[in-house]
Design a protein. Structure first.
Ligand code: UT7
Length: 319
């Protein structure tokens, strides 16, 4: 028993917000700095009433349509998010309710920007075990909610959005290999170190980051896990048609591509228009490349995530 991706979908809220728009809103920044350091030109920001499950719902409907399925056909729903609608119930259950599915296994995964790669790997293992046959795997984020808009070193980097895939049981392999890792010793370099206690926020409810430490860590583990996952799939990196890394920063993408010896014209890039959408970034980029015809049936795609925790992982997929 194998598992294949049979449909993709994505959703971005509202109109693109440019770097100049952020400066006009009073953030002490400029287009030259943001573009030069990160490659980001635009991001999308959800309205105050829009939640992760709302964005996930739109992406999921598109993925279901692409796969030719109804929500009632699903027996597994996994949502990767660090910005859930509520403490509980899970965003996956809220999404399930909106989709009108009754009875499927549904739960959230928290692995920050690696969340989608973790969730896809979990879905693959459920399907390969024979316990489930049709999974919806979603990355959905409203990171704008946890940004300190007075911290120009972080607030300009992130955006909101959602991406989704349908994964189905198959006689022929689709997902060829997976690799997941974490090291909690590095929890302090990227975190939202706050909580809720007795009706009040305790600690700090905003995203905090040591940008340079994250940068170095991300490039190292993204190149290591790419090699590990290609080895596990029994392929050379030159046989990968498309690399889709977590979209954090164009310089991280370029450094990773150099290390894994892939030209940038084989790397799917959306960070320039989406910013960093955390767990949503990989499925958003995959859906864009499927819909514009770059990623085609039969091609091999290497998906990679890295994020707070620290967590990192990769999946090699034959589409
Ligand atoms: O999912 C993982 C998410 N995390 C990441 O992707 C982050 C990885 N790290 C990075 O991409 C980079 O470290 C950053 C883009 C975040 C920052 O670049 P940097 O080269 O490490 O800059 P820095 O933090 O050392 O700051 C350099 C200067 C500082 O000014 P001074 O002290 O040299 O005068 C900052 O105050 O840039 C200033 N600065 C800004 N200027 C204009 C910081 N943020 C901004 C800003 N606009 N938005």
């Amino acid at each position: 028993m194998f598992s294949r991706i049979t449909g993709t979908g994505s959703f971005l809220p509202g109109a693109p917000v440019s770097n100049d728009d952020l400066a006009r809103r009073g953030i002490d920044t400029n287009d030259d700095w943001i573009r030069g350091r990160t490659g980001i030109r635009f991001r999308h920001l959800a309205d105050t009433g829009q939640t992760a499950s709302d964005l996930g719902f739109e992406a999921s409907r598109r993925a279901l349509d692409a796969a030719g399925l109804q929500a009632s056909d699903l027996d597994l729903i996994i949502v990767a998010t660090s910005t859930p609608d509520f403490i509980f119930p899970s965003t996956a259950c809220l999404l399930q309710g909106k989709l009108g599915n009754h009875g499927a296994t549904a739960f959230d995964v928290q692995a920050v920007c690696s969340g989608f790669v973790f969730a896809l790997t979990i879905a693959e293992k459920f399907i390969r075990s024979g316990s489930h046959r049709r999974a919806l795997v979603v990355g959905a984020e409203v990171f704008s909610r946890i940004l300190d808009w007075n911290d120009r070193g972080t607030c300009v980097l992130f955006g909101d959005g959602a991406g989704a895939v349908i994964v189905e049981a198959s006689d022929t392999p689709g997902i060829l290999s997976t690799a997941l890792h974490a090291d909690g010793a590095h929890h302090g370099i990227l975190s939202v170190p706050g909580s809720v206690c007795g009706g009040k926020v305790t600690g700090d409810p905003f995203l905090r980051m040591d940008g340079q430490a994250v940068f170095k860590f991300a490039v190292r583990v993204l190149s290591e896990v790419a090699a590990e996952c290609c080895d596990a799939a029994g392929i050379a990196s030159s046989e990968v048609d498309w690399l889709i890394p977590h979209q954090a920063n164009i310089r991280i993408l370029e450094a990773t591509a150099r290390k894994v010896k892939m030209p940038m014209d084989k790397v799917i890039v959306t960070v320039d228009r989406h910013g960093n959408t955390s767990a949503a970034s990989v499925p958003l980029a995959l859906d864009e490349a499927v819909r514009d015809g770059r990623v085609r049936s039969g091609q091999k795609v290497l998906l990679e995530g890295v994020g707070g925790g620290f967590t990192w992982g990769a999946v090699v997929v034959e589409m």
